[in-house]
Ligand binder design. Structure first.
Ligand SMILES: Nc1ncnc2c1ncn2[C@@H]1O[C@H](COP(=O)(O)OP(=O)(O)OP(=O)(O)O)[C@@H](O)[C@H]1O
Length: 466
């Protein structure tokens, strides 16, 4: 292990006078989304930065895992897509080919629940599975240094425990570990050193047992500042509880991929106000279920599915259905690859398109600008969506789902990448939306702290065969 040193580094969002990590130290950096922590991540992981650095010495070829890397791998897999030349969908690079020395790491692969997924193509993996694969890749390559952003985001609780144990074990074997987290609860107990990033600088760096409690409890105003007054429900959306309308009826549905069922005989009834929490281990079909409902999985035609009193497969268009839905999901996020500004992203929610292709009225534009200001992003209106940080992209996608006041909000791990203040602000806002009967919420989460009282129905997905 080598020492890591950064001296007098200035980027757009952070200034570091001096940072030194010695061999035998495990560092966790804590910061809110716009504290400068993402620029520090780029500095520590050896990325090119906009700015200047007097001295930066880093270990050779660290194993880096971040939201940006996950997106880069997805896009590179899309480029390699040979579906047009095959008589079946190209599944992408096999998970196995991302790893080395699989036998030696079999126990860890098993503990993370990835053994059965090794022969799947990258594009056949669930969100949590892709994240686990990208975490396993540098570990199995024998990296001597791991730099990880939000290591636990997207992982189910058991996988979080296993990953925590695995990283602790790697650290005890001499691997240098640096983690970047947005939530104090994500700081591992075995971390030896903590850095707290706030207001564009490291306000504390030192041994974990010396970090002042006030530093960890430091809260900032959330960027997400919307109130229910900003939510304009479509006329027929708002109604009192006694007028409950049927929104979703799914009867004994079986769905999967390539002839393999992910779930069988699943029934779900959601009436207006039946806010529903969906949980379950990685890969058990939570996103697949929501994709059936949003019409993004072919089982929406083969299953007995009625949405908003329209039986699917009876001549309705997907747009007839989607106009009543506001959607945020990891799949939407990674496929939002079109050019266009943050403002255009939010406006596109009015048309259910990925990218903006329709003319917009002044009033629609004003509404989108109001949403941007509620995200503290008015100054970013014309910035390309793709140049925003992952968290700001997420906030824009949440506003995109909310802008038309849909009857049904379909939120698949919407707060991924958000810090504690933003996460709480989004959940507080949804609590009010539910209380005022403004929309009905279907919500996927792995986090216990997101299990709010407004959920009246809980669906737990289980692995097939259980
Ligand atoms: N396009 C695909 N082709 C083949 N298999 C797929 C495809 N998409 C998903 N799967 C498989 O279907 C299963 C369910 O995936 P899904 O994304 O619905 O899980 P999930 O419960 O949402 O997981 P996570 O918590 O990781 O997001 C997984 O085992 C995954 O490997």
């Amino acid at each position: 292990m080598t020492a890591m040193k950064i001296i007098q580094a200035q980027t757009d969002h952070v200034y570091i006078e001096q940072f030194l990590a010695l061999p035998g130290q495990a560092w966790t950096f804590l910061g809110t989304n716009r504290s400068g922590i993402d620029d520090l991540f780029d500095l520590v992981s050896g990325r090119q930065i906009k700015g200047r650095v007097a001295e930066r010495s880093l270990p050779d070829q660290p194993g880096v895992v971040s939201f940006k890397d996950q997106q880069a791998v997805y896009e590179s897999e899309l480029k390699k897509d040979d579906t047009d030349f095959m008589d079946r969908l190209d599944p992408g690079t096999s998970a196995r080919d991302f790893l080395e020395d699989i036998e030696h790491h079999a126990e860890l692969i098993q503990a993370l629940g990835m053994t059965d997924s090794l022969d799947k193509g990258y594009r056949q993996l669930s969100t949590g599975q892709t994240r686990k694969l990208l975490l396993l890749a540098p570990i199995t390559r024998g990296t001597t240094c791991l730099v990880i952003q939000a290591p636990f985001d997207g992982l189910d609780p058991d996988s979080c425990k296993e990953l925590d144990r695995a990283m602790c074990h790697l650290f005890s074997k001499g691997i240098q570990i640096l983690m970047f987290v947005y939530n104090p609860a994500d700081i591992p107990s075995w971390t030896t050193h903590i850095g707290v990033v706030a207001n564009g600088g490291l306000v504390f760096q030192g041994p974990a047992d010396q970090v002042p409690a006030s530093c960890l409890a430091r809260t900032s105003r959330p960027d997400f500042q919307a109130t229910v007054q900003d939510f304009f429900p479509a006329d027929e959306t708002r109604s009192e509880a006694h007028e409950k309308k049927k929104l979703v009826r799914l009867h004994r549905c079986t769905a999967g991929y390539g002839g393999r069922a992910v779930f069988t005989d699943l029934s779900l009834a959601v009436d207006q106000g039946d806010h529903t929490l969906i949980t379950g281990p990685n890969g058990t079909g939570k996103s697949t279920l929501l994709q059936v409902i949003t019409g993004d999985h072919p089982a929406c035609y083969t299953c007995d599915l009625t949405l908003f009193n329209i039986r699917r497969g009876t001549g309705e268009s997907i747009w007839d259905i989607k106009q009543h839905m506001g959607i945020v999901s990891p799949d939407l996020h990674r496929n939002f690859r079109v050019p266009g500004s943050a403002l255009a992203c939010i406006l596109s929610g009015l048309f259910d398109s990925i990218g903006l292709y329709n003319p917009v009225t002044d009033s629609q534009k004003n509404r989108a600008m109001t949403w941007l200001s509620r995200l503290n992003m008015a100054s970013m209106a014309s910035m390309p969506f793709r140049d925003l940080t992952f968290a700001d992209q997420r906030l824009a996608l949440i506003a995109r789902a909310l802008i038309k006041g849909p009857k049904l909000l379909i939120l698949d791990e919407p707060t991924q990448g958000l810090d504690t203040p933003n996460r709480n602000a989004v959940l507080d806002f949804l609590t009010l939306v539910a209380k005022d009967h403004l929309s009905t919420i279907l919500y996927v989460s792995h986090r216990e702290d997101e299990c709010r009282d407004f959920f009246v129905q809980h669906v737990t997905m289980v692995p097939p065969g259980r």
